[in-house]
Design a protein around this ligand. Structure first.
Ligand code: ADP
Length: 483
């Protein structure tokens, strides 16, 4: 059986070193969002199976943390190498369950593997400190220790990279994990787990439980053995998990929703802005938390930008991500299509002008036309709510101060973008934007080297970079009297 056939036909979760079914025997079907076809099924687990996974994870903790950093790094690197070797199969699997074009899926596999390599390298740099003591005759040490069992809950838009970005630092510092992938895209997670086993990750250090999100989430957040929750998903669910974690005072990392402004000043390189805007908006059919959600274009270039942008959008090929040359796949499901339609209806009712797109694509199903809406105004739902679809509303502004006020007028604070040729403005506006991530003349900038994360209701903590380790360790202060 090929790797893909094994993954798609197994219908089992990984608990310890066992591939197991749900206690009830029930399963959940997984669809291809491009065709509606069922590509396989996974166990519908709940609290009990999750509790067992937490138990075996806890049992593996002492052995895994006792290894030296370089021994852990070697295992992570073997896993990373296997992921790279299986890039094509993992990319196809991802496109089948998630819908994104194959080229984007290949990119995500490479991106995910990059996080594992980065954190394998960081494993040897989890340094402590020796601090000058306040009185003579003492040594003051600060050590950094693995937090313990980590519960990892991930979304469907990046089924592989979001797991890699969380499990990389967990493994590097010595933490075992229980992963709950999104029900729409569990196979990427199960394929990663299969490769982890092949790479020699010890029994119990990585577990994957699929099924009932609420039940699994309740166990992960309420079980006192789990010491940390790392979540990527909606702000709404993030808030639920934060409340649930309060009962056992867990450490939390939350990578939540966004409502990214994309600001184009009169002095911008318009061609560069158009390329960045298209990449930021239509990647993954607009279904990323850093996708541009609101375009703010200065008066002087407004019409020119709309024309050039629409010309670029007209060239985007929509279709099944497995086919050659496709730029935009389907949306994840019917609910996503309905949400996009409701935002467009709201915009049109308030005076928005559809310049291109605006409706379901002729391919039917979950396909939607890449859409540009001019004359957007702050009373439209785009201004407040995340779109998570291929719709670009274009607002107009007169000066820098107005752009900054409008860009910051949201409860979210993940990514923001600005295009200008003025270095002074680039610094001023970057500083003034209340966001965790700012792209200046760049529409895509996520990398393992730089910290990723948001402010306000977009989240807590940072992933990637050397700071990404911090969320998985606790500081211990050791004061030694020298007697
Ligand atoms: P999205 O809009 O990307 O689907 P969600 O926040 O709904 O974002 O989902 C992100 C992840 O959180 C998924 O794995 C989903 O199954 C899970 N999830 C959803 N609701 C809950 C919940 N109540 N408790 C725990 N996990 C949940």
């Amino acid at each position: 059986m090929s790797f893909l056939e094994t993954i798609l036909s197994r219908s089992a979760c990984l608990v310890g070193s066992e591939w197991v079914a749900a206690d009830s025997g029930e399963t959940i079907d997984v669809n291809n969002p491009a065709t509606g076809e069922i590509i396989g099924s996974v166990p519908k687990c709940g609290r009990q199976e999750t509790a067992r996974a937490v138990q075996v994870a806890a049992a593996s903790f002492a052995g895994w943390r006792a290894r030296t950093a370089i021994q852990r790094a070697d295992v992570i690197l073997r896993w990373r190498d296997l992921i790279v070797e299986h890039q094509e199969e993992l990319a196809r699997l991802m496109t089948m369950e998630q819908g994104k074009p194959l080229a984007e899926a290949r990119g995500e596999v490479a991106h995910g593997a990059g996080y594992l390599r980065w954190f394998a390298e960081e494993a040897r740099r989890v340094y402590g400190e020796i601090v000058p003591p306040p009185v003579a005759g003492r040594v003051q040490l600060v050590t950094r220790n693995p937090v313990g069992v980590v519960g990892i809950i991930t979304p469907w838009n990046f089924p592989l990279a979001m797991i890699a970005r969380k499990i990389g630092p967990a493994l590097a510092v010595g933490c075992p994990s229980v992963i709950k992938p999104a029900s729409q895209t569990p196979f990427s997670a199960l394929a990663l787990a299969e490769l982890a086993m092949q790479a020699g990750v010890p029994e119990g250090v990585i577990n994957v439980v699929t099924g009932d999100a609420r039940a699994i989430g309740a166990e992960l957040t309420e079980n006192p053995t789990v010491r940390k929750i790392s979540f990527t998903g909606s702000t709404e669910v993030g808030k639920v998990l934060l409340r649930q974690c309060a009962g056992t005072v867990k450490k939390v990392s939350m990578e939540l929703g966004g409502n990214a402004p994309f600001i184009i000043f009169d002095d911008a390189d318009l061609d560069r802005a158009v390329a960045g805007a298209a990449a930021s908006k239509f990647r993954n059919s607009g279904q990323t938390c850093v996708c541009a959600n609101r375009f703010y274009v200065q008066d002087g270039v407004y019409d020119a930008f709309v024309d050039k942008f629409c010309a670029a959008v007209a060239g985007l090929k929509v279709g099944n991500g497995l086919e050659d040359g496709v730029d935009q796949g389907p949306l994840i499901d019917r609910k996503a299509v309905a949400h996009v339609e409701s935002q467009i209806a709201d915009a049109v009712a308030r005076g928005g002008r559809i310049v291109i797109g605006g409706k379901r694509h002729e391919l039917g199903g979950n396909f939607f036309e890449p859409t540009v809406i001019a004359d957007a105004t702050s009373d439209m739902s785009f201004a407040r709510d995340e779109t998570f679809g291929p719709i670009a509303p274009i607002f107009r502004f007169a000066d820098e101060a107005e752009a900054v006020v409008q860009a910051n007028d949201t409860n979210y604070g993940l990514a923001a973008y600005l295009y200008t040729r003025s270095i002074g403005r680039a610094f001023r506006v970057s500083e003034a934007l209340e966001y965790g991530l700012v792209g200046v003349n760049e529409g895509m900038f996520s990398s393992c080297e730089a910290p990723f994360g948001g402010v306000k209701e977009s989240g807590l903590g940072r992933e990637g970079s050397h700071h990404g380790i911090d969320d998985y360790v606790e500081l211990k202060s050791i004061c030694m009297g020298l007697g």
